[in-house]
Write a protein that binds this ligand. Sequence first.
Ligand code: NAG
Length: 538
Amino acid sequence: MKSSWRFEFGFILLLALNQNLRTALASESSKQAYVTLLYGDEFVLGARVLGKSIRDTRSTKDMVVLVSDGVSDYAKTLLQADGWIVTPISLLENPNQVRPTRFWGVYTKLKIFNMTDYKKVVYLDADTIVVKNIDVLFKCGKFCANLKHSERLNSGVMVVEPSEELFNDMVSKVTTLYSYTGGDQGFLNAYYAGFPSARVFDPNVSPEVLDSRPVAEMERLSTLYNADVGLYMLANKWMVDEKELCVIHYTLGPLKPWDWWTSWLVKPVDIWQDVREHLEESLPGTGRGRDPHNDLLVRNFELFCFLGLIMTPLYSSSGSISTRSLCDHARHIYYKFRSGGALAYSTVSSSNINSNQQFSNGVHSMVPAFLGGISILVCFMAVIVSLGFGFSVVPRQVKPWTGLVLMYEWIFTTFFLLFGGYLHIIYKWGKMVASQTGNPRPGASDYDFEKGHQRVSCDVAPWYYGLGMAFLAVAAPLAPGVFGINALFLRLSMMAGGGLIFACFTTYASEQLAIRSFMRGLEDRDTSRTRNVCFLCC
Ligand SMILES: *[C@@H]1O[C@H](CO)[C@@H](O)[C@H](O)[C@H]1NC(C)=O
């Protein structure tokens, strides 16, 4: 209740301020404005970065953000603090009944044609950034846009001379003109039917020439003012001179620059992230594009994951909880030291179990044949669940490195808990089988320190398997970056290749780990004794 009051109050204050600002600034200089449009909070970070990028080009024009009902009061306050003039608008209903859901309310974009407070506005989608001053665009004709694939104008960057008459004419035709997209872009293409044959806007046009001819009804903008990241991805370079670029448009469908993972797929996102990195702390906790709400979440995650990772050594990968595995490790090092480093079992190899002939002859036959298959299945289910969980739990708009590290923390923790738990069950199962059959453990009677290190429980192989899996899991997605490969398709295929190697290794490792756990269970029927030994050794 309290917070909603506060927001409401803040919002009213904001509106009043906004009104004052507008009357105060209704001078000649503010007859021009950069405009963007927000339907919800998802694109707010995009708008912040866009605003920052405009100011970075030393433009002093007004920056107006039209916000519809979906935008929260907090976001409005934040944008205001960033220097945007926040103008609430109601949604203009989309008359096309059959349309993709994402176009709901997209006709609202037409409202920029009704911004009659301004003589000229340059509209930019919230998923664009300005990399070079584009104030020259205010010299463009009454309607300017950029032609995209197949002779169609793209409504992501437009120069508009607002006029209520024009706007009303548009609205009256909204129901009758066919929109090929079902949204505003299709409508504008139909409304400005002759657009593909319009002349190209020349930014170097002299004032004399400009004055001597009538203002163009429409003009086309060069690709420099709306450079599509999609085009970059196809050729893996800008089709235009990179130094001449003015506006970059991140149009790759769901790959929005503010989602942390896109930076690992789409090279030009680095330019966006670089601007984001320099965002000011307009409200507490919002510097560098952080979200104070997320921030708390992120810190909680880190703490939780940290605790999880502390716990995992206790959950040794063969399943037995305790300081015991650590003791085994210490003992292993001790024996390695004593025997001059020659230990048969310290290598990862398939002959590992078999090399332990004395032990395996008696016990290996007790391992159920289907254990391997089931374990592989369980392991891959655990991988999939961990992946899904890791992705869904990390806030989308964190920075690329934060996102990556957080995701790995979550995936590893989840996987350790899931598969570690499974191995523990297998271990218990082995113990149960052993006590049922009453099969005497080889070497049980004459157990001593010398024999002790021969036991599978001393084995460090699980650590190698675990670390090998972790290494491959990290290496597979990062390899393209390490090798400097930027092309999306090549990157994806390289990741797929890495994933395949990971899958092969994991198949093998999961089977081995499960069999080892089971055998260790068989052998550890009598745990009290080993514990004593362990305490002795530690
Ligand atoms: C268009 O602008 C005029 C003048 O600012 C305003 O009175 C009118 O309500 C606006 N129309 C819409 C649909 O927003």
